[in-house]
Design a protein around this ligand. Structure first.
Ligand SMILES: [Zn+2]
Length: 233
């Protein structure tokens, strides 16, 4: 089968691994080309004054962690855009869309993975909207599939609302690559938390096992299908 081109669009460094790291590893093993775009810097949202000036070292360290994690997953390219963390609503939507469009034009992906529209985190919701705008169907598009992933410590933390709830209808059997995802997450030491936090290694493994049990396999990553084009193109 012809190798596929994959684009993962994430808000913060670690979302890509939490959301679909084991699926990314599987694509890489299958010789598909995996590209990752991370839009926000993922640091200053935790500060009082949200200034990046004093956090340059932390930013560099986080990018180093991200590079290491993504190389474990066999990612071909990793791009950071350093938009304001947890304040992506302060950036023009059009600018975010244009960043994603530029990557789509360059990478020409067959599959795009991104956030779910119902996440608690505002950047995640904005990234979902921007991806959907950037991926609007055009005759010249190569895109066949858009899948929304879940992020431990965001997707499940939203208050229940049936129209926004993450109700997975697409499961990737990742029994053979879950350990690679967990290994990649070890590189994101500053982002991971101790158990029983939802963003702990143990919780991420439990979620994958539980999603696997949904569909009768050892481990799975769950997605919500945004769009699928089948047949000739
Ligand atoms: Zn995030």
């Amino acid at each position: 089968m012809k190798p596929k081109r994959i684009l993962v669009v994430a808000a913060h460094p670690d979302d890509e691994v939490l959301g679909c790291g084991a699926t990314m590893a599987k694509h890489s093993i299958n010789r598909d080309e995996v590209h990752v775009v991370i839009l926000a810097e993922g640091i200053t949202g935790r500060d009082e004054n949200c200034s990046l000036r004093k956090r340059n070292d932390d930013l560099r360290r986080l990018k180093g962690s991200s590079t290491k994690a993504n190389s474990i997953l066999g990612v071909k390219s990793l791009n950071f855009h350093d938009l304001p963390d947890n304040r992506m609503d302060s950036v023009d939507m059009l600018m975010i869309v244009k960043i994603i469009e530029a990557h789509l034009k360059h990478i020409k992906p067959d599959i795009v993975y991104t956030h779910h529209f119902g996440d608690l985190n505002i950047d995640h919701r904005i990234v979902n909207s921007a991806v959907m705008v950037a991926c609007r169907p055009q005759p010249e598009n190569h895109l066949r599939e858009i899948l929304f992933f879940e992020v431990s410590s965001s997707t499940g933390w939203q208050a229940p609302d049936l129209s926004q709830a993450f109700t997975p209808n697409w499961f990737e059997d990742v029994s053979s690559t879950l350990s690679i995802k967990l290994n990649a997450l070890q590189s994101y030491k500053s982002e991971m938390r101790p158990w029983p936090h939802a963003r702990s290694i143990k919780a991420v493994e439990h979620l994958a096992r539980w999603r696997g049990a949904f569909v009768g396999v050892e481990a799975a990553e769950a997605f919500y299908l945004g769009r699928k084009l089948i047949g000739e193109k």
